[in-house]
Design a protein around this ligand. Structure first.
Ligand SMILES: *Cc1c(COP(=O)(O)O)cnc(C)c1O
Length: 391
């Protein structure tokens, strides 16, 4: 028995789809990401099937590729947007403003003014200064306040320390918003991206329910909406439950917390819609050893932390990697091509790559459709940004 986990493509893609991606990329310069938009369409349908009551706002930051925006526009999705630049990308597809939420709690006044001028009326917030600015720059708009959540330690890519405030403060901010002429519309949270503990939603939903009750009873404010963010899983090496398991549990938490009428529910999936649709194709540039008696191989790829694989920071996201070689697996460190020693993807987690792997062979990084292309540096060491193709 090999001590290394062998990775089967068919655990991640239908073989014919993977072969089609490989064939397409055969003569393309590496590195590049090839994204099968039919997989995204299927994932979107899966999301709406599992959460039939929810309004889906695609988190554009996961991948703003034009074919993705066009597809989701055609499917009547809504869009969670974090900057004026994303707004322009989305509006270029003809998306109307009532399908857009400005979900970033950190925003410049001039950008809020530009959103408002175009017709956007839905904004996230988590601080007093921002609420006061919104009241002036986007008068009368709907505002939802983001709360901090637990679950940072069970999310592979935590998001909730930087954004959100304590529920106590959220109460005050919603009261303030209403008093300044904004519409106190709801509460949001994000339990952390690639959240493996479904219980994280329960804790957050219960906090939200308490806020709904308190605002209604003590301030006469009837909130209408819960924005439950993202956090739904993609298929990486560390397994999670299927989306249906998440949906069933979360729907149960919601109906327990809101037994009479369920508020309007917004979901903002990014990773779970897009990741599984992409394969990053790279080439082995060098295989070396650090001393003549070491049998630990260093495998250097032509892609790294600065060309799209930033989520390997602290080895947080473990992308499945496959090759065209079939030899027995052996230990290796996997690193990128730049002259920065942070550019090592996996050193502690022991990936086994085939012992007959050679310079020039391809490495296929699975589940890389989201949070890769846009995280790529523009020109570090002169390497161009990661190229993307859409099938
Ligand atoms: C990044 C982000 C998302 C998407 O999260 P995933 O875990 O990728 O689905 C959703 N909402 C907000 C506010 C975000 O910042």
């Amino acid at each position: 028995m090999s001590q290394f986990k062998s990775i089967k493509v068919t655990d991640y893609y239908e073989l014919s789809r993977f072969e089609r991606i490989k064939q397409f990329a055969k003569h393309k310069p590496t590195p590049c990401v090839v994204i099968d938009t039919e997989i995204i369409a299927a994932q979107y349908d899966e999301m709406t099937k599992n959460f039939p009551f929810a309004h889906i706002y695609y988190a554009v930051k996961a991948n703003p590729g034009a074919p993705i925006l066009a597809l989701l526009h055609q499917k009547s999705a809504n869009f969670d947007i974090a900057s004026i630049y994303e707004l322009e990308m989305v509006m270029a597809h003809g998306v109307s403003c009532d399908r857009i939420s400005f979900g970033n709690t950190i925003k410049k006044r001039q950008d809020v003014e530009a959103f408002y001028e175009r017709g956007v009326r839905l904004f996230a917030s988590d601080s007093e200064a921002d609420i006061r600015m919104l009241a002036q720059a986007a008068p009368g708009s709907r505002v939802y306040v983001r709360i901090l959540t637990v679950g940072n330690d069970t999310a592979d890519w935590p998001l909730s320390r930087k954004f959100g405030c304590q529920p106590e403060m959220a109460y005050d901010l919603l009261v303030l918003a209403q008093s300044l002429g904004l519409e106190a519309y709801g509460v949001s949270f994000h339990v952390g991206s690639q959240q493996r503990d479904i219980g994280a939603w329960q804790v957050a939903i219960n906090q939200v329910a308490q806020l709904f009750t308190r605002l209604s009873e003590q301030a006469g404010i009837k909130l209408a909406m819960i924005n439950m963010g993202g956090g739904f899983p993609a298929n990486y090496l560390d397994k999670t439950q299927a989306l249906a398991g998440y949906a069933q549990a979360i729907t149960g938490y919601l109906s327990q917390a809101f037994p009479e009428t369920m508020p309007k529910i917004i979901l903002e999936p990014g990773r779970s819609l897009i990741s599984n649709a992409g394969v990053l194709i790279s080439e082995v540039v060098l295989i070396s050893h650090k001393s003549s008696d070491s049998n630990e191989r260093w495998v250097f790829a032509d892609v790294g932390k600065f060309s799209g694989l930033i989520e390997t920071l602290d080895e947080a996201i473990k992308f499945p990697i496959v090759t065209d070689k079939h030899g027995p697996l052996g230990a290796c460190v996997i690193a990128g091509p730049t002259c920065d020693s942070a550019d090592i993807m996996y050193e502690h987690y022991r990936y086994g790559l085939p012992q007959d792997l050679a310079i020039g062979d391809k490495l296929y990084w699975l589940t890389t459709g989201a949070y890769t292309t846009t995280y790529s540096a523009v020109c570090f060491n002169g390497f161009p940004p990661l190229k993307d193709y859409y099938l």
